[in-house]
Ligand binder design. Structure first.
Ligand code: ZN
Length: 267
């Protein structure tokens, strides 16, 4: 695929704007702490935005929720599959006739092929959450991002075939200009979330469920975790929280669908 032109990507436009504004300010007022400092501060703020706001679309268009006028929501589960947790999550979903999207780590899919096949057979959607889930990915160059995304896609394609390109959710929702470059080149659909369950910090499943049920609105994409990116760690509270959430959603008349269905993506 052709490399996108600088003017065709948000990162490119950002860089061109930075150069133009800095050159204009220096041309008009000469070199000073102000003429160089203010554009640099703005650029740093935008780079920070890619780290602090997973739903930010500064570098690349990012989906965070579906239509607010439907009665649908999407539960998403990151960092699995985990043989100790994911089966119980699937059981809970099956009990309520709910489908979900699992942003799985590629190498975990490879390690647990039977579990991965069970997810697909149950009608859940597999999303790409990179191959290794590196916490240092914002330091990656384009080559490293490509490798992580490609291997994650291959792990999913081995299960469902190459019918469609899976949705992509960067580890920890981090985005950088280099990731955006690769995402444009590969035409990725990047998905964040509109409601974080905070299950990474809250251990009590009741509190997780209460938080989600108090805040959820039609169209929300909810972030949960059925796995852990660190080896040997698990999220044992997840299935219990999911059961309570599904019970509450049923009472609210909200239907759980996959992210692709929520966003009406042709899949
Ligand atoms: Zn993750």
């Amino acid at each position: 695929m052709n490399r996108p032109l600088l003017t065709q990507t948000r990162t490119g436009i950002l860089i061109l704007t930075f150069v133009a504004v800095t050159a204009g300010a220096v041309g008009a007022f000469g070199i000073s702490a102000l003429t160089l400092g203010i554009p640099t501060a703005v650029l740093l703020a935008l780079l920070t935005d890619g780290v602090a706001r997973p739903g930010s679309g500064v570098f690349y268009p990012t989906m965070t929720c579906g239509p607010r006028d439907s009665q649908k929501v999407a539960l998403t589960f990151d960092d699995g599959p985990d043989p100790e947790v994911t089966p119980a999550v699937m059981d809970a979903l099956a009990r309520y006739g709910a489908r979900a999207t699992f942003f799985s780590i590629g190498r975990s899919l490879n390690e647990h092929p039977q579990l991965a096949r069970r997810l697909v057979a149950a009608g859940h959607e597999l999303g790409n959450h990179s191959w290794r889930h590196s916490r240092l990915q914002n330091l990656f160059g384009a080559k490293e991002h490509t490798r992580e995304i490609e291997r994650g896609e291959q792990a999913i394609a081995a299960l469902i075939g190459c019918r469609v390109k899976p949705l992509y959710r960067p580890p920890i929702g981090l985005k950088s200009p280099q990731l955006a470059r690769v995402a444009y080149r590969r035409q990725l659909t990047v998905v964040a979330w509109s409601l974080h369950s905070r299950d990474t910090r809250i251990a009590d499943p009741k509190r997780v469920a209460r938080r989600v049920l108090e805040q959820i609105r039609p169209g929300d994409i909810v972030l949960m975790h059925d796995g852990h990116d660190l080896p040997g760690r698990h999220r044992p509270a997840c299935p219990k929280a999911v059961r309570m959430i599904l019970w509450g959603l049923r009472k609210k008349g909200l239907q759980c669908v996959t992210v692709s269905e929520l966003l009406n993506l042709a899949r």
